[in-house]
Write a protein that binds this ligand. Sequence first.
Ligand code: 1GP
Length: 238
Amino acid sequence: MELNKTDRKLAILIDPDKWSSTDQMSDLVHGLNHSNVDLILVGGSLITNNLFDKTIQYLKLHLNIPVIIFPGNGLQVSAKADGILLLSLISGRNPEFLIGQHVLAAPRIASSGISVLPTGYLLIDGGKPTGASYMSATMPIPLDQSRIAACTALAGEQLGMKAIYLDCGSGANNSVSIEMIETVSKCIKIPLIVGGGIRTASDVVEKWNAGANIVVVGTAIEKDLNLLNNFAGLKEEI
Ligand code: 1GP
């Protein structure tokens, strides 16, 4: 999985709980095949159905877009994916999400043979508690504390992480601010992923312009699949 500091990529997050019917998946695949989406992320802070593996398999079968696991916990591993963002929740101080789940998942990740991208994951306060903040039992970084986010991201880079993910959490009221993206992006040499509460094509462009290398959209696509049409041709506009 190659990511670069010059990338401007769009990723769609698929939570298998939210795309559980065959009709939904068929519409999704049709929409994605006519979009300019660069990456598919699959995962969720809590997945209650048993469709994780099948969802990845279906997406791989019907799409020519890399499918990357965005794991909410150590159970979310599949050999059918192209890779995994191995998230360490470095904004938090809960050892379970800094290293604990990783120990449990390590043998399965190794035997799956999928590519691994060690990623420093920072939860940012998006104006409401989210599944990620609750399930990880961590306190997000306040949205106006860009310096804390930048120092945390820099520490992640110094620890050897290959990407940083700033996330307000799925369905957040507010997305990561332009100021925070600019501050963090300038501080690190590794690629920056930004997600949580991003709803429109213009939001995506703003985040790219601020320094995000990958912008992730999940909930907005669940609510309106037609939004994918707005994303088509986005890169030609900038
Ligand atoms: C959540 O960044 C992702 O981890 C996507 O968030 O669902 O709010 O788009 P949304």
